[in-house]
Design a protein around this ligand. Structure first.
Ligand code: GDP
Length: 179
């Protein structure tokens, strides 16, 4: 609502159960980034509302930005509409979710989004070491082949969640400059 505040929309996509909602929930508590939930100020609740929308304000490099996360339903046409960024999430413990992520990257790549917008491949549940089904290198290689960023996270042990938020906003700002 303040003048000059940049607002960005990010679509969070991936197979059910990979931790999309958990990741967004964890972003809301990111003290390190002075992130705070803006949903309280507006009409919808902090917890999942019907639209699956949650907003957060992030202070990064002396500049504040608002990011609205949209939890896209599985059949959502992800290339439709205006999103500044995409988090394509899979579970490192679930092989089929990795295939699903590849399918999503393919769609984004074919639409030209991977070069013009912030796209990050996210391998979540990295804490589940004993049930790992997707090696880190495979995730890295997939991201490289689709020209997007890659990070492994764990909401469970709060590993790399702040880093994902920073990387996402950094990429969005970079792509905006070159738009
Ligand atoms: P969504 O369907 O993609 O939104 O997935 P949810 O956020 O609802 O998470 C599905 C389940 O995975 C929940 O029981 C979470 O607690 C669990 N979960 C999410 N992230 C992690 C993680 O990093 N590690 C572990 N071990 N469990 C997680």
């Amino acid at each position: 609502s303040s003048a000059g505040l940049s607002s960005y929309r990010v679509l969070v996509v991936g197979a059910p159960g990979v931790g999309k909602s958990s990741l967004v929930g964890q972003f809301m508590t990111s003290e390190y980034l002075h992130a705070y939930d803006t949903s309280i100020d507006v009409e919808h609740d902090v917890t999942d509302d019907e639209s699956g929308e949650r907003s957060v304000c992030v202070l990064l490099a002396g500049e504040e930005s608002e990011i609205t996360f949209l939890d896209a339903p599985p059949d959502h046409v992800i290339t439709e509409g205006c999103a500044h960024g995409y988090c394509v999430v899979y579970s490192t413990a679930d092989r089929s979710s990795f295939s699903e992520a590849e399918r999503r990257l393919q769609i984004l790549w074919a639409a030209g989004h991977t070069s013009r917008r912030a796209v990050i491949l996210v391998g979540n549940k990295a804490d589940l070491a004993r049930s790992r089904a997707v090696p880190t290198d495979e995730g890295k290689n997939l991201a490289t082949s689709y020209e997007c960023k890659f990070i492994e996270t764990s909401v469970g042990i709060n590993h790399n969640v702040d880093e994902l938020l920073v990387g996402l906003l950094t990429q969005i700002r970079l792509k905006q400059q070159h738009a």
